[in-house]
Design a binder for this molecule. Structure first.
Ligand SMILES: Cc1cc2nc3c(=O)[nH]c(=O)nc-3n(C[C@H](O)[C@H](O)[C@H](O)COP(=O)(O)OP(=O)(O)OC[C@H]3O[C@@H](n4cnc5c(N)ncnc54)[C@H](O)[C@@H]3O)c2cc1C
Length: 415
C-alpha cells in the first residue's frame, strides 16, 4: 500500500552542529518515527563533516543555572538520560564538575613562557628561573580555606588567588566534550536510518506558502542540486541568516585552545570563570574560562571579537596571537597549564539573537508552512541542544511541543 503525500515526511535539517545533529537523534527516537514513512536528512556545509563550528569548539558546560529556564529544565534532564542510555561518560566525556568564579592576579611571565618562542603544538618546557608562580606554590590550608579554594583544586596557584566562589551546588553543573557529543548524536541518528549529506544550502524552495525543499551546492562536485523536503529545520547557527535573511542573528568569533598537562599532573574536574589582574598592565583584567576535561585535557577560551563571518565554516580564520594570549593568561595562574602541551588553537562563531532573549525554537509558519527554526543559542547551545531537539521532534511528529512551554522562544516573536 503506498502512503499518501500527507502522511509521508521528508525532514531536512540544515546544519550539522549540535542543534542539527541532536534534532536528527531525537526525531529518530520519536515513538512515531518509522523509516518507511519518514526520512531524516542532515545537510552540512563543511567538507569535514559535523561539529566543525561552535559545536565542536565550545567549552561543553551543561548547567541547571543556564538560561532560558524553560529550555534548561528539559535539556539538563535529557543530558542525564542520554548519558545513561548511551554511556556518555566514555562516549562523550559526560561528568559532573565543580564550577566557580576565581579571582586573583597573574604571575609575571617571561616572553618565552608567553608562548611566542614555541612552535604550534610544541612541548613547553618549564625553565625554573622563569617560574613567576613558584613563590605562591606553598599551600597553606588556613589560607586556602579563607580564600574559598576547594581542597582538590590544586592546579591553580593558591598564592595568586584572591578568592574562589562556587557558582552552584554540587550536581547542578556537568560537562560534555562538545565535538564527541555532537558526532555521537549524528552517529546514533544514522544507526536509526538518518542520513548525512555534504553540501551548503543556498536557498529554501517554497511553493504556495509551503516548503518544497532546498537548493544546495554539493561539497564534493561543486554542482548545484536540489533536495525535496516536506519539513525543513534551519539549524545553521551563526550562518542561519544566509539561508533566511530576515532572521535577526549576528555572529561573534571566539578563540580557544586545548592543553595537555604533563601526564604526572592531576587536573581535578573544575570549570573556572576567572578574573585575572595582569601584572604587567596595571588595572587591566582578563577573564578566560578554563575547563578541565577527562583524559588529561584542559580547554580554555578567551573573549569574543567582531571578525566577519566567512561563507563557510571551513574558512574561519584563527588568529594565532589570540590563542597565545589565552595560553599566556591561563599560564599566569597555573604552572600545570604552562608546562603542558598546547594541542588545538581554534576559533568559531557563536550565534546571537540581536534583539536578545533567544534562542528561537519553533515553527516559522509566517515564512512558510513546514519551516522550523532552531538557532540563536548564544553561549548555551551545548547545554540546551537536547531540549531544543526534543521540542522540535514533538512539534514535527506530534504537531505540538509537549516537553516544555517554549512560547517565549517562538520564532514569530523574533522575525
Ligand atoms: C568559545 C565558546 C565556548 C562555548 N562554551 C559553551 C559551553 O560551555 N556550554 C554551552 O552550552 N555552550 C557553549 N557555547 C555555545 C555553543 O557552542 C553554541 O551555542 C552552539 O554550538 C551552537 O550550535 P549550532 O548547532 O546552532 O551552531 P554551529 O555549531 O555553528 O553549527 C551550525 C552548522 O551549520 C552549518 N551550516 C551553516 N550554513 C549552512 C548551510 N547554508 N548549509 C548547510 N550547513 C550549513 C555550519 O557549517 C555548522 O556546522 C560556546 C561557544 C563558544 C564560541
Amino acid at each position: 500500500m503506498s502512503l499518501n503525500k500527507e502522511s509521508r515526511k521528508d525532514i531536512l535539517i540544515i546544519g550539522g552542529g549540535i542543534i542539527g545533529c541532536s534534532t536528527a537523534y531525537q526525531l529518530s527516537r520519536h515513538p512515531s518515527f518509522s523509516p518507511s514513512t519518514t526520512t531524516i536528512k542532515v545537510i552540512e556545509a563543511s567538507k569535514h563533516g559535523p561539529a566543525q563550528g561552535a559545536s565542536g569548539k565550545a567549552g561543553g558546560l551543561v548547567a541547571k543555572w543556564a538560561y532560558p529556564k524553560e529550555l534548561v529544565a528539559v535539556s539538563f534532564a535529557e543530558h542525564v538520560k542520554l548519558a545513561q542510555e548511551h554511556n556518555g561518560k566514555d562516549r562523550w566525556g559526560w561528568r559532573f564538575v565543580g564550577c566557580g568564579s576565581w579571582e586573583g592576579k597573574g604571575a609575571v611571565l617571561s616572553d618565552d613562557a608567553s608562548g611566542t618562542g614555541v612552535g604550534a603544538g610544541g612541548r613547553r618546557k618549564s625553565l625554573e628561573k622563569t617560574l613567576g608562580l613558584e613563590g605562591g606554590r606553598k599551600s597553606d590550608p588556613a589560607s586556602r580555606k579563607r580564600k574559598g579554594l576547594p581542597e582538590d583544586l590544586l592546579w591553580v596557584d593558591e598564592g595568586l588567588t584572591h578568592s574562589y566562589s562556587p557558582m552552584a551546588s554540587d550536581g547542578d553543573t556537568a560537562q560534555v566534550h562538545p565535538f564527541l557529543f555532537t558526532t555521537s548524536m549524528m552517529d546514533l541518528a544514522v544507526e536509526r536510518g538518518a542520513e548525512l549529506i555534504s553540501g551548503r544550502v543556498t536557498s529554501l524552495n517554497i511553493s504556495d506558502g509551503k516548503v518544497t525543499g532546498v537548493t544546495f551546492v554539493n561539497t564534493h562536485s561543486g554542482q548545484n542540486e536540489t533536495l525535496p523536503a516536506t519539513d525543513i529545520i534551519l539549524a545553521a547557527g551563526a550562518w542561519s541568516p544566509s539561508v533566511l535573511p530576515s532572521l535577526p542573528i549576528s555572529a561573534t568569533r571566539a578563540h580557544s585552545i586545548t592543553i595537555h598537562p604533563q601526564p604526572s599532573v592531576n587536573i581535578s574536574p573544575y570549570v573556572l570563570f576567572t578574573e585575572i589582574a595582569l601584572p604587567e598592565r596595571r588595572g587591566l583584567t582578563v577573564s578566560p574560562e578554563i575547563y578541565a576535561r577527562p583524559g588529561n585535557e584542559v580547554y580554555a577560551c578567551g573573549p569574543g571579537d567582531d571578525s566577519l563571518l566567512p561563507e563557510n565554516v571551513d574558512d574561519v580564520l584563527v588568529d594565532e596571537t589570540a590563542c597565545e594570549s589565552i595560553h599566556k593568561h591561563v599560564s599566569s595562574i597555573s604552572p600545570e597549564l604552562r608546562d603542558g602541551t598546547v594541542d588545538k588553537r581554534q576559533a568559531c562563531f557563536l550565534p546571537i539573537v540581536e534583539t536578545g532573549g533567544g534562542p528561537m525554537v519553533g515553527a516559522a509558519s509566517k515564512v512558510a508552512q513546514g519551516l522550523f527554526i532552531a538557532t540563536g543559542h548564544t553561549c548555551w547551545g551545548i547545554c540546551n541542544a537536547p531540549g531544543t531537539a526534543k521540542a522540535l521532534s514533538e512539534l514535527i511528529m506530534d504537531g505540538r511541543i509537549q516537553c516544555a512551554n517554549l512560547k517565549r522562544l517562538d520564532p514569530s516573536n523574533f522575525i
